[in-house]
Each structure stands twice: as structure tokens, then as C-alpha cells.
Write a protein that binds this ligand. Structure first.
Ligand code: DX5
Ligand code: ZN
Length: 220
């Protein structure tokens, strides 16, 4: 079975000090760093381009998980691979078919995953279970940090975990000390948290607490 991993999401960091924020995640014991790429079209917000991923690559040795919330990921994916993404996540709701994208990401020697919005049925991930390294189930509507967790995604986590026992199954959005263990109990092993970790008084303490609670829930 896969291990519990905790990833701070850089979207919630102070954009005046992003390199420090990357180093802070590493110091806090994070397993990887999550970067949200939004194109102002797939979601109504604009965030990070390849230069931010390049900056993160220079600032930390942590693996970089790059979440493409973009209508046309095929146009952008190479730039993010060149910038140093270790894992690239593409939405099944985007215009480009995930199959060719996953092949391109793997051909570059990186990990590849698909993402499902909260309202997308879990079975939309089924064709990709054997093609991907990770499946991300959004637990908020993508576009902004600091939103409330959508409880109705929990059964989708459990049924996908039953169909894909060995895959890295991640959750993103509204992940807190309360919702993280609920997701782990349902079968998620990768927890992505922005506000809860970057706005904490001490990220290391908060991250260790989240990891311990998820590990206990995961084994229960
Ligand atoms: C939302 C992003 C998330 C976001 C999570 O569209 O994909 O990664 O940073 O932020 P929190 O943890 O604050 O909900
Ligand atoms: Zn994200």
C-alpha cells in the first residue's frame, strides 16, 4: 500500500517571498511541494507560470507536483516539464484528451496524473488507473485557496481506492487537521494543503500533526 504524503500548496504562501516558502516546506518535512497553475479560462484565476516552477526547482530539492488547471494543457505541458516538474497533473475535464499528455509526461521521465473536479464521477478516472502514477480528487471547486472542504467527495475517494488499491490517491482543497484524516480513512494517501500549512504558526508542528492523524486514520 502507498505511504501517507503531505504536500504544502504554494498558492497559500506569501508571494513576496516564494523562494523562502519553498525552503520552509522542505524544512517542515514535507514530502513534495504542490504548485497550482491556473489559466484564467479553465478556472477564473491566474497564478503561476513555468518561471515559478523554475524558481521552486532552484529553491528546494523537494519533488514538485504541478497541477495544471488549464483548458489546453497540451499547449503548456512541455514548458512545465522543462521548468522541472516531477509530477504533472492534468484535468479530465480539460479540452485535451489525457492519454497523449500522460504519454508525453512519461516520455520525459516524469510522473503523470489525472485530476477530477468534485462533480465529475469517479468512474471518469477508471480508464487512467493503469496509465497514471496518481489520481487527484478535488475536494473544492478548483480556482482559489481557502475554500471549504466538500464532504460529498468522501464516498468517491473510498470507491476509487477500492478499484485502485496501489495508486497514489490525492485530495486537494479545504484540507485541514479535521478533513485530512477523514480523507485518509476513506483511502487518500496524498494530502495537499495550502491554508492549513502556510498560514500555521509553525508549519513543521502542523505538518507532523497532520501526518500522525492521517497515518492513524489510514491504518484504522
Ligand atoms: C485549488 C488548488 C489547491 C489550493 C488548496 O484550486 O488546486 O491546491 O491551493 O488550498 P487550500 O488548502 O487553502 O484549500
Ligand atoms: Zn492544486
Amino acid at each position: 500500500m502507498p505511504n501517507i504524503q503531505i504536500l504544502p500548496s504554494l498558492l497559500a504562501a506569501d508571494f513576496g517571498h516564494l523562494a523562502d516558502a519553498c525552503r520552509a516546506a522542505e524544512r517542515a518535512g514535507a514530502d513534495a511541494l504542490h504548485l497550482d497553475v491556473m489559466d484564467g479560462h479553465f478556472v477564473p484565476n491566474l497564478t503561476m507560470g513555468p518561471d515559478i516552477v523554475r524558481m521552486a526547482r532552484r529553491s528546494t530539492a523537494l519533488p514538485l507536483s504541478v497541477h495544471l488547471m488549464c483548458s489546453r494543457p497540451a499547449v503548456l505541458v512541455d514548458a512545465f516539464l522543462e521548468a522541472g516538474a516531477d509530477l504533472v497533473l492534468v484535468h479530465v475535464e480539460a479540452h485535451d484528451d489525457p492519454g497523449a499528455l500522460l504519454e508525453r509526461i512519461h516520455a520525459a521521465g516524469r510522473r503523470a496524473g489525472v485530476v477530477l473536479n468534485p462533480e465529475t464521477p469517479g468512474h471518469a478516472a477508471d480508464p487512467w488507473i493503469s496509465e497514471t502514477d496518481e489520481i487527484l480528487l478535488m475536494t473544492v471547486h478548483p480556482g482559489f485557496g481557502g475554500q471549504s472542504f466538500l464532504e460529498h467527495v468522501l464516498p468517491k475517494i473510498a470507491s476509487l481506492r477500492a478499484r485502485a488499491p496501489a495508486i497514489d490517491l490525492s485530495v486537494d482543497g479545504g484540507i485541514t487537521q479535521t478533513t485530512a484524516p477523514a480523507c485518509a480513512r476513506a483511502g487518500a494517501n496524498v494530502l495537499i494543503a495550502g491554508t492549513a500549512l502556510y498560514r500555521a504558526a509553525d508549519m513543521r508542528v502542523e505538518l507532523e500533526r497532520m501526518r500522525a492523524a492521517c497515518a492513524a486514520a489510514w491504518e484504522s
